[in-house]
Structures are given as C-alpha cells and as structure tokens.
Ligand binder design. Structure first.
Ligand code: KG4
Ligand code: ZN
Length: 348
C-alpha cells in the first residue's frame, strides 16, 4: 500500500510517499526557517501563507520522485491513500495541509487518513532498519512535546510521563534567544555547545514525583539567571539585552552547560524506564532527537542497542505521517474528506 503523506503543522511544508509503512519512496521538505529567522521564531500568519505557496509544488515533486519510471499522467494511479497531519500544531498551518488533502482525496478518489503529528514522529523509526520490535519505549522530544511512551503495539500504548511545563525543544529555543543564537535554537545550541565547557555552570535537574515526568522551565530560568550574573546584572535585567554583552566564551560555556543538563535529564529518565519496563526496542523521536549529544550519550548509557533515524526524518517531515497512516489503515476506517477537522491541541 503506497500512501502520500502531507505535513504542514508548523514551519515545514512536506510531502512524501511511503510503501507499507516502512519503505521510503520519496521525501520532500521545504523549510521556512529562513523566513522566520529574522523574527526569532515562527510567525503563524506568515507560516500559513508560505504553506499555501509551497504545498502544491511539494506534493507534485513527492509524487513524481516516488514513481520516476511511470508516465507522468499515471503517477497518481499508484497512490492508494492520502494521509495528513490533523494536529497538534498551528491552526492556520494545519488548515492548509488538511484542506489540500481533503480536496485531493475527493478529486483523485483516494481514502483519507487524519494523523497525529506527535505519534507520527515515532514512526520515523519504522523507516530505518532494523524495524522496531514491541514493546517499544519511545522518548518523544520536540518543540511542543517531551514524553516517554511505552508501546505494546501500534495503537496500544501508555504515557509514562510528560513535561509539566516547557517542552525541551522550547527550552532550547528560549535559551538560544537569550544567548543571541539564530532560530531554531536547538541546532544552534548543539553546535555552539561543542566549543564550550559543559561543567562551567551547574544547572538543575528537576526531581519530580513521577520519575518519568519532565520539567524544563526551571532549567530555562536557571540558564537565564546565570547569563544575567555573567554580565553583572540582577534578575530584573531584560533577557533580550543580555546577548550583546556576553563574550564568545561565556556564550559557549552556557550553551554547553545547558545542553549537558537537558541531555542528562533525558538520558537518565529513558535509562530508568528501560530498566523498569524492559522494552525490546528503544527509539527517540521529534526534532530534539537530532541532537548529537543526546544521541551519543543515550547510546552509551542504554543497556540495549539503539538505532537512530537520520536527522531529516527526526525533524518535521511527511514520511513519518505516511508511515503511521499505513498502520492506522490496518485497523481504522478512513476519515470523511468532507468533514476531516484539524485539532491544534490534539493530545497523545
Ligand atoms: O519536531 P520538530 O521539528 O517540530 C515540532 O513538532 O516541535 O521539533 C522542533 C524542535 C525545535 O525546538 C528545535 O530547536 C529542536 O526541535 N531541535 C533540536 C535540534 N534540532 C532541532 N534541539 C536540540 N538539538 C538539535 N540538534
Ligand atoms: Zn514535530
């Protein structure tokens, strides 16, 4: 079964074709990062407009790339279903994807599946080899989510813990802003951290009642306080004026210390869950799964081996949506293309 996936939940316009949930036939991602960079973050209105401009050429390329040897007019015949992210995400952005998918499903006469973006991230791991074996322990870490999920089967899973406040990617983005680093903050901090001393500052690792819950807001504030102290100011000093007064070493040391604290927390909790629940496979998912320190340290600390999806399948893409849709289609009925709704705050 070949599924065309469409993803527009945030600032990437993406389309991909995946066969049987596990074989990547094409993967097209147009990122709006350069557009949003000058604003220091995603501007929802601009994101929605950019999706409108990009979506049809992106879908066209994904379908053409998937079937290069088929006559152009016949390529759509090979698509068995269309899958689209229905939430969570930015409302305007989600609407462009879902409305496009709904129209295409009607025009081309294909079944349509509305897919959960965050669960979709986990399925990037079904596009690499070896395929995950159940039970699967998934660490989901993105700009909007920080969760540990135990999956006994595709749609039989338990949320072990989640963030009580900020998502880890959000903390990365906010600390990067204080340091004057470009958006998105995760890759910027990841890069700069390699030049700094991770032990320069001792930043907190929150202790919570549920050992699998996360809290990154205290860490983010602690990083802000250190930055204020480094330039000789108190907690009332505005965060947006700090960066220009930090020197390169201060910036790199703070990036490295923040990253050490964030990665230590993620690794500690994943290893704890692995020991308690003894999964057959551990996977990481979401934009923060592209983090180099997290990848290295988790591999060293886990009692089982772990494989990672390539960076481009960790950040937002449509291949993961098409992959999850295949497993979804085995057990669920298609959605109605006349009524499929978006849900910006869809829960796991
Ligand atoms: O999954 P994603 O692409 O979008 C959401 O669904 O949120 O994740 C984006 C998040 C951003 O917060 C970004 O800063 C973070 O993932 N990120 C990283 C890295 N690459 C992206 N965080 C840490 N290290 C990275 N290398
Ligand atoms: Zn995402």
């Amino acid at each position: 079964m070949k599924i065309l996936g469409i993803e527009t939940s945030c600032d990437e316009t993406a389309a991909a074709v995946v066969e049987d949930g596990t074989k990547l036939l094409s993967n097209v991602v147009v990122s709006q990062i350069d557009i949003h960079k000058e604003f220091g973050g995603v501007v929802p209105e601009i994101a929605a407009r950019s999706h409108i401009e990009a979506i049809l050429p992106v879908i066209d390329k994904a379908v053409n790339d998937a079937f290069p040897r088929t006559v152009r007019g016949k390529r759509w015949d090979q698509i068995d279903a269309i899958a689209v992210t229905k939430g969570p995400g930015l409302l305007g952005s989600l609407l462009i994807g879902t409305l496009t998918a709904r129209a295409l499903a009607l025009i081309k006469g294909k079944p349509l599946y509305g897919i959960h973006h965050v669960l979709g991230h986990v399925y990037a791991n079904w596009l690499i080899r070896p395929l995950p074996k159940f039970p699967v322990l998934a660490l989901i870490v993105s700009g909007g989510h920080s969760q540990l999920v135990l999956m006994n089967n595709h749609f039989d899973y338990k949320l072990l813990g989640q963030t009580r406040d900020d998502a880890v990617g959000e903390a990365y983005d906010k600390v990067a802003k204080v340091l004057g680093l470009p958006y998105p903050g995760g890759p910027s901090i990841d890069k700069l951290a390699a030049e700094g001393n991770p032990k320069a500052h001792n930043l907190p690792d929150a202790k919570l009642e549920n050992p699998y819950d996360f809290s990154f807001s205290g860490l983010k504030t602690a990083a802000l306080r250190v930055a204020q102290k480094e330039i000789g100011e108190d907690y009332t000093f505005p965060s947006y004026q700090i960066a220009e007064r930090l020197n390169d070493k201060q910036r790199a040391d703070l990036a490295a210390s923040f990253q050490r604290a964030a990665v230590t927390t993620m690794v500690r909790k994943t290893v704890l869950a692995c020991k308690e629940f003894q999964p057959a496979t551990v996977v990481i998912a979401g934009g923060v799964a592209a983090n180099r320190a997290l990848r290295t340290e988790l591999k060293e600390a886990l009692p089982v081996s772990i494989e990672y999806a390539p960076m481009e399948l960790c950040t937002d893409n449509a291949a993961m949506i098409a992959s999850l849709a295949y497993f979804h289609a085995q057990v669920k009925q298609p959605d109605d293309p006349m009524t499929l709704e978006t849900n910006p705050s869809l829960a796991v």
